[in-house]
Ligand binder design. Structure first.
Ligand code: AMP
Ligand code: ZN
Length: 486
């Protein structure tokens, strides 16, 4: 069975044909580590984790490269002003690399909580300054860039004479020009669409390196061109990122590669759709971003309660990666129920008894589920088939349907493969220790209430004091007794 993937470049679902099977090169634009990743970022990385896992499932040997942007990404994604790290470092009176380290560690922790597999290579922009400078030198030599006063710009209009600059998002050069900001007298750029490959550092700038053009730092787009070609070659299989990156970041990556080596870098360009809140894209700068931890512990104002990482992962899998996904309490509550039902089915499968007859056709489920995944990773359809199977599993358990040994073996294998290998779900121990703690404290509060009712104040006070000794404070009010960790 062939895998079909939607290629942004051709605007079609295309059969995936690897350049050099069984090897696959996959490059995904990683986070800009100047603040905590929000849930929208997580959606994109979970979507690519799904793609990575599915390629592994199909026995490809994948080299998955996902970078860390730790330099060069300027405020508002522009070519002038402070970079995001310098700004944050000044604000917090830290070294920029302290900012980078803090948020890289935080990012890894969140990726682990969501059970995302780590990439095979996680290169950083600051670790590849030499490669970026070399690439800029070649683009200059090929006359598709120019230097002004220590800054090197890519000449988009010159490039567009022989290349289709707006190809990735199917836009005409004239429209792009007329929709962009007019140059003013101060501008060093020749054309409105020109973008910086290398930027001259102002004296107060904290992150800067020597280059043939003086002290400076790389533009944001060149890092991905330099790192993808270093680790995957100048032509590799799949390049991915969130949809918001296609129009500028990836369009410019394609232009840079063409200018550098005469062809664009990747055969398949995959873009994931956005996580939205009340219909608006979740974004750091938009002020509507949720941090994953606010979701797990339910502390965000828009949330009624907390949801576990696997519930959130399941919530994301219920929607196709190319559709927008709107965040809501109701949808999360439904996902929580769905996730429990799905994982319970795995346990029920261990308990059901086999018969000589079978009303369950495991092969049909297998074919349908894999067909859905082969159709551009259609997880909602695959889940719908799996839930049909859950219904039958529960009927077999209730004794109203039957299953024979071979169908049971195959169905168990299918559920395990999908739950753990493809969907990347796991049983949640954290959830059970948390609820264990809650259950234990409520048993103690119940005993204390009884003691008080029996006027056994020595016992009720002892429970309160002993809980306090282990960091749990009880608060009595007229309405209720509550507790919190201190
Ligand atoms: P950044 O850290 O801003 O460079 O973004 C890291 C990744 O998250 C990029 O691939 C973005 O396209 C993606 N991203 C940003 N906002 C969202 C969102 N609301 N939903 C899904 N992906 C997003
Ligand atoms: Zn990138």
């Amino acid at each position: 069975m062939s895998l079909f993937l939607y290629n942004t470049l051709s605007r079609k679902k295309e059969e995936f044909i690897a350049i050099n099977p069984p090897f696959v090169g996959l490059y995904v634009c990683g986070p800009t580590v100047y603040s905590d990743v929000h849930l929208g970022n997580c959606r994109t990385f979970i979507s690519f984790d799904l793609l990575y896992r599915y390629l592994l499932q199909k026995n490809y040997k994948v080299r998955y490269v996902r970078n860390i942007t730790d330099a060069g990404h300027l405020e508002g994604d522009r070519d002038e002003g402070d970079d995001k790290f310098t700004k944050k470092a000044k604000l917090e009176q830290l070294e920029p690399m302290e900012i980078v380290q803090r948020y890289t560690l935080g990012f890894h922790e969140v990726m682990q909580l969501f059970n995302n597999l780590p990439p095979n290579i996680e290169p950083t922009a600051t670790g590849h300054i030499v490669e970026q400078i070399e690439m800029v030198k070649v683009i200059l030599k090929n006359n598709l860039a120019y230097e002004v006063n220590g800054t090197v710009y890519f000449d988009v209009e010159k490039y567009a004479k022989e290349n289709n600059y707006g190809a990735l998002t199917n836009r005409q050069l004239e429209d792009l020009i007329s929709n962009s900001r007019e140059l003013d007298g101060q501008d060093e750029k020749r054309g409105r669409l020109d973008f910086a490959l290398w930027i001259k550092a102002k004296p107060e700038h904290l992150m800067k390196w020597n280059s043939p053009w003086g002290e400076g730092f790389p533009g944001w787009h060149i890092e991905c061109s330099a790192m993808s070609s270093k680790y995957l070659g100048t032509t590799f299989d799949i390049h991915g990122g969130g949809m918001d990156l296609a129009a500028t970041h990836h369009t410019n990556e394609i232009a840079q590669s063409n200018a550098y080596c005469g062809h664009q870098p990747a055969n398949y360009w995959i873009h994931t759709n956005m996580l939205t809140v009340n219909g608006q894209r979740m974004g750091k700068s938009l002020g509507n971003a949720f941090l994953p931890h606010e979701l797990f512990n339910g502390s965000h104002a828009l949330l009624e309660k907390g949801y576990s990482p696997m519930t959130v992962r399941f919530f994301m899998l219920q929607t196709h990666y190319r559709s927008t996904l709107d965040f809501s309490n109701d949808a999360l509550k439904a996902a929580e129920k769905g996730f429990d039902r799905f994982m319970n089915a795995l346990e029920t499968l261990e308990k059901i008894k086999v018969s000589t007859t079978s009303t369950v056709d495991a092969e049909m489920y297998k074919q349908n589920c894999f067909a859905a995944m082969d159709d551009d990773l259609n997880t909602p359809i695959a889940l719908a088939h799996l839930f049909d199977a859950v219904r039958q599993i529960n009927s077999v358990y209730a004794g109203t349907e039957t299953i024979d040994n071979s169908n049971l073996t195959e169905l168990k294998k299918l559920f395990h493969t999908f739950a753990f290998d493809i969907f990347g779900l796991k049983k949640e121990n954290e959830k059970s220790t948390e609820s264990l703690e809650e259950n234990l404290v409520s048993i103690l509060l119940e005993l204390r209430k009884e003691a008080k009712e029996n006027k056994n104040y020595a016992a009720s006070d002892a429970i309160r004091d002993k809980l306090k000794n282990i960091g749990i404070e009880i608060k009595d009010s007229k309405e209720a007794t509550t507790w919190e960790k201190i």
